[in-house]
Design a protein around this ligand. Structure first.
Ligand code: C2E
Ligand code: MG
Ligand code: MG
Ligand code: MG
Length: 280
């Protein structure tokens, strides 16, 4: 009885702990072990050119399958990885794994365009970042021209020489940079003029309700116009419906990514997708 009460007391107090703090501690310690336990893996989502629906590349997305918790969403574990500093090691693993996979597909004649990899702030801002990217390319053999790095506006809140130099070094190697979740950050637009970037990824929240939602149509059209004016590529994220796609199709060279074309797929399935795309 006492034991039972003890257990209940523990449960009582643990549920009283701010659940966020508890979750942080729990997931952080599990995440620490995830790499060694091979619980992390990558999925890939196709990116297409709207006007002819041709495949132009794909985005690498990280997945975590914990033995007891099951699938843990990146929306939950990426912030924890960032706060704890684990993201540097995890991010490097993603980069190396994605480059190795890209090179394999290149050898098999399957890779079209670029393989995009999400990069976190703490990863990008580390002094060793350029060397880490070089290492991933070198050890995999993937030509830099097939790699794209996704960063966010928050990276550019401060426009320091170090940040610009880093971008320039990597771009000179042939790597392209896209700005993820564009329009949701807090930075000023002036960075677009100064920073060497290549592509804007319209945040999926702006795609909701298009073409009926007037506000989202206005925002989406402004981003497309901004991209065109600044000579940047533009891709719409989170395209789910034919209505969205046919609305977006009226803009020349606009790219898209979303469930309408494909969900993020595991290796075998994305390979099948790439084969079908090359048969078309
Ligand atoms: P993100 O980079 O903006 O990735 C797009 C997210 O939208 C992905 O969620 C993707 O699965 C989802 N998505 C794609 N198409 C659709 C659609 O049509 N509708 C809807 N509703 N969602 C769609 P996911 O995979 O859960 O990733 C969430 C975020 O976690 C990513 O947002 C990215 O910020 C981060 N993340 C994922 N993998 C990595 C990684 O390897 N490194 C880092 N640093 N962050 C990552
Ligand atoms: Mg992304
Ligand atoms: Mg993102
Ligand atoms: Mg995004």
């Amino acid at each position: 009885k006492a034991k039972e009460e003890g257990r209940n007391t523990f449960l009582f107090y643990s549920s009283e702990l701010t659940s966020q703090a508890f979750e942080y501690v729990l997931l952080k310690s599990a995440l620490k072990k995830a790499l060694d336990k091979e619980e992390l893996f990558l999925v890939y989502q196709p990116q297409i050119l709207l006007e002819d629906e041709s495949l132009i590349g794909m985005e690498t997305l990280l997945r975590w399958k914990h033995s007891e918790l099951g699938m843990v969403s990146p929306a939950r574990f990426i912030p924890i990885a960032e706060q704890s500093g684990l993201i540097r090691q995890i991010g490097q693993w993603v980069l190396e794994k994605a480059c190795a996979q890209g090179q394999l597909w290149l050898e098999q004649g399957l890779l079209v365009g670029r393989i995009a990899v999400n990069v976190s702030g703490p990863q990008f801002h580390a002094d060793s970042f350029v060397e880490e990217v070089r290492l991933a390319l070198h050890s995999s053999g993937l030509p830099a021209a097939h790699l794209e790095l996704e960063v966010t506006e928050s990276f550019f809140v401060q426009q320091t020489d170090t940040i610009i130099a880093k971008l320039e070094t990597l771009r000179k190697m042939g790597i392209k940079f896209s700005v993820d979740d564009f329009g949701t950050g807090y930075s000023s637009l002036s960075y677009l003029k100064k920073l060497p970037i290549d592509k804007l990824k319209i945040d999926q929240s702006f795609l909701h309700g298009i073409p009926e939602d007037r506000d989202n149509v206005a925002i989406t059209e402004s981003i497309i116009a901004l991209g065109q004016a600044l000579n940047l590529s533009v891709i719409a994220e989170g395209v789910e419906t034919h209505e969205q796609a046919s609305f977006l199709k009226q803009y020349a060279k606009l790219e898209a990514q979303g469930y309408l074309f494909s969900k993020p797929l595991e290796v075998a399935d994305i390979e099948q997708f790439m084969r079908q795309a090359s048969d078309r």
